[in-house]
Write a protein that binds this ligand. Structure first.
Ligand SMILES: [Zn+2]
Length: 381
């Protein structure tokens, strides 16, 4: 989706905000980002369960002294964090998204990979209730923990008014093929998310493209929800150093920027305080993050936004009826939309929602009015 005024949508996603998060972690990490007008989309875990998991990075979202089954910790019990998030949300510096309910792994799979409808319903309902007390906006986006969600959970989330953002990569396609899971198991060592203190871990910092798909995809494909992100396979194999990561971010960003399609940086605040040090300890990682911000910020046409605002806009555009007749294009939009941008090819009625600088002409309509056909005489352009 092209952003308003033909700008490239940029979102920064930080996962695993929970009871244990302290405001100063977010303050330290995002001072430059906020200074430059970027917004942070925070995935919030309403009721963090503690558990031990020594096999991989799953338990990193819990401080070491809590890594055993001790119980549930409601984010609402961290007053300092709630006050801080309320202020930041009010200021539009952050948006609040729902990130699971307990973020644990019953039966080895993440909690939302279940077909237990009653359990899912209760978790969505209670989770939404908790995170809605943080922001005055109703929560709009659900981020499944570990990108692991059942088809029924995807459908239920949508019915309850939530958009599911999850991964759609080569691996996810592979998993759906016959013997795909076995093949994935064989490939797993290459993608291991074991944290090695000596080398850079790509799972701590990921750039990706973000896309919006029509809801029909949701039904036909359980692993691809209507909103998804993806990352090319080669990047995961090449991400070995900070420098390689920075170069890869630049390549992927330029790709998104040239088509003005959404670009997302994903990471975890706790990775910068590894392993729950009281002060920021991973200075190289912070340098990388700030370098990426500065690199992106040097581009003129950016829409620095939240995943919430991106989804809300994409939803209206997705539901806008577009028809072409000779030299006229007619739009019927379900809601008023400001600075609606699309691309026109070859001065004809051929219309595409993305554009390339080489062969497309970008057009912005300042106000697209609800249910009023907008007629554009393409001869004028
Ligand atoms: Zn998570």
């Amino acid at each position: 989706m092209v952003g308003p005024n033909g700008n490239c949508p940029i979102v920064i996603r930080d996962d695993d905000i929970n009871y244990f998060t302290s405001p100063h972690m977010l303050k330290n990490l995002y001072s430059l980002a906020w200074n430059k007008g970027f917004k942070i989309s925070l995935s919030v875990i309403p009721n963090q369960n503690t558990f031990s998991d020594s096999r991989n990075a799953r338990a990193l979202l819990i401080p070491p002294e809590y890594r055993r089954p001790m119980g549930s910790y409601s984010i609402l019990d961290n007053n300092a964090l709630i006050n801080y998030l309320q202020k930041k949300a009010l200021n539009s510096d952050v948006c609040i998204m729902l990130h699971g309910y307990n973020h644990d792994y019953p039966r080895e799979r993440a909690e939302f990979n279940t077909s237990n409808l009653q359990l899912l319903y209760n978790k969505f309902k209670n989770g939404v209730k908790i995170v809605n007390t943080i922001s005055d906006k109703d929560v709009l986006v659900f981020i499944p923990p570990s990108e692991d969600i059942s088809k029924i959970a995807c459908i239920l989330a949508r019915k309850m008014g939530l958009f599911v953002l999850n991964r759609s990569t080569f691996i996810d396609t592979l998993k759906q093929m016959p013997f795909g899971t076995t093949l994935f198991g064989l490939l797993l060592p290459f993608y291991s998310n074991q944290r090695n203190a000596e080398s850079f871990n790509p799972y701590l910092f990921k750039p990706a493209t973000i896309n919006f798909k029509t809801p029909s995809v949701l039904v036909s494909n359980p692993l691809v929800s209507n909103l998804h992100w993806t990352i090319p396979l080669w990047t995961l194999l090449n991400l070995k150093t900070f420098e390689a990561t920075y170069n890869m971010v630049r390549i992927l960003f330029k790709r998104s920027y040239s088509t003005r399609s959404g670009f997302m940086i994903m990471h975890h605040y706790h990775a910068y305080f590894y392993d729950w040090k009281p002060e920021l300890s991973e200075h190289k990682l912070l340098t990388l993050f700030n370098q990426v911000l500065q690199f992106m910020d040097a581009h003129k046409n950016l829409w620095k936004t939240t995943i919430d605002d991106y989804v809300a806009r994409a939803d209206v555009i997705n539901r806008t009826q577009i028809s072409t007749k000779k030299n006229y294009i007619t739009f019927i939009s379900p809601k008023d939309l400001n600075n609606f941008t699309f691309c026109l090819y070859n001065h004809t009625s051929y219309l595409k929602r993305t554009f390339s600088r080489e062969n497309g002409q970008i057009i912005t309509i300042p106000e697209l009015k609800q249910a009023i056909p907008y007629e554009l005489n393409t001869k004028n352009y």
